[in-house]
Design a protein around this ligand. Structure first.
Ligand code: OXD
Length: 311
């Protein structure tokens, strides 16, 4: 069996995967083109179009990340090859930590203190009780559900939203078109963890932002396409004094890297991070990749990506 890996530091992934699959021949995408032939499985994160096109006999593709939007939008993707994606593999906990940091950042006024420090201003704000700080999580897949439970374990009331009904312990779940404004109307921090699909594009538009309570904050470790950036800038307003939207912690943008001209870089109430909330942890992920390949080989029925749904 031949496996091709395409990801940053692919050689490290290759060596780690070889320990799980000692009988497989594992190559990285840096191998010469004449060796990248007769590949059975491609394990990849954002593979180039040409790499996908040169593989004609794939039995399966393993997406080395949670979101499959980049892969599904790749014109080189063959139609008939099943795709599986990593399920959590340690990413959810990392994203959960990022979100917990973000929630505390706003709830404990670190955003305000940062601006005050620049002005050498010593002024304490009254702490809003966590119990009065509802957090909304849009997207309750493997990652969203874990993140919601981590924030709830910190003592915040958590509301979750998904397209179809879900039940999660300790989370107030909302769903469907009616459930979204219901959630938006009551959360002080909104967290976006939906997949990037044509259905979720600009789900956070001017109307959604206007439904949030005055002074709400936004955390987006999900996908940049979820947010209408012009509407977000409008809701934030300009300058230091807090607009309808108090601030935003943004890790994902429609085009990455974020362009140098983006107004988000210098907005005083926006924190930009370079899509670092949930890197794929190699150790857990490699074990999962090996299990998925073994399951493919054993002819097991796998939960594959539905290209129509986009996840
Ligand atoms: C992912 C990501 O989808 O890092 O895994 O964005």
């Amino acid at each position: 069996m031949r496996v091709l890996i395409h990801i940053d530091q692919a050689a490290t992934w290759r060596d780690a995967l070889a320990e799980h699959l000692p009988d497989a021949e594992i190559l990285t995408s840096e191998a010469p083109a004449n060796q990248r032939r007769d590949i059975d499985y491609l394990a990849a994160w954002k593979p180039p179009e040409a790499l996908l096109r040169e593989q004609t006999d794939l039995k399966g593709i393993i997406n080395l990340g949670a979101g499959v939007d980049a892969l599904l939008n790749n014109p080189g993707l063959p139609d008939d090859v099943p795709i599986v994606k990593l399920r959590d593999a340690g990413m959810a906990e990392l994203i959960g930590d990022y979100v917990r940091y973000g929630v505390l950042h706003f709830q404990r006024d670190f955003d305000r203190y940062r601006r005050q420090q620049a002005r050498h201003e010593w002024r304490e704000h009254t702490v809003d009780d966590k119990r009065d700080w509802p957090v909304g999580v849009l997207g309750l897949g493997a990652i969203g559900a874990k993140v919601a439970s981590m924030v709830a374990a910190d003592g915040f009331p958590v509301h979750g939203w998904s397209r179809s009904p879900k039940q999660l312990d300790g989370i107030t779940c909302h769903h469907g078109d009616d459930g979204l404004p219901e959630l938006l109307g009551q959360v002080r921090t909104l967290v976006l963890l939906l997949p990037g699909t044509p259905h979720t594009r600009h789900i956070i538009n001017a109307e959604a932002l206007a439904s949030l309570p005055e002074g709400a904050s936004l955390i987006n470790p999900g996908r940049g396409t979820l947010v209408d950036e012009a509407a977000l800038l409008e809701a934030l307003g300009e300058g230091e004094s807090e607009g309808r939207l108090r601030g935003a912690l943004l890790d994902a943008f429609p085009a990455e890297p974020l362009s140098e001209e983006s107004p988000f870089w210098s907005h005083p109430r926006v924190w930009v991070t370079p899509h670092m909330a949930g890197p794929t942890p190699l150790k857990d992920a490699v074990g999962q990749v090996a299990e998925l390949i073994e399951a493919f080989e054993a002819g097991e029925t796998l939960e594959t990506v539905d290209p129509g749904a986009g996840y």
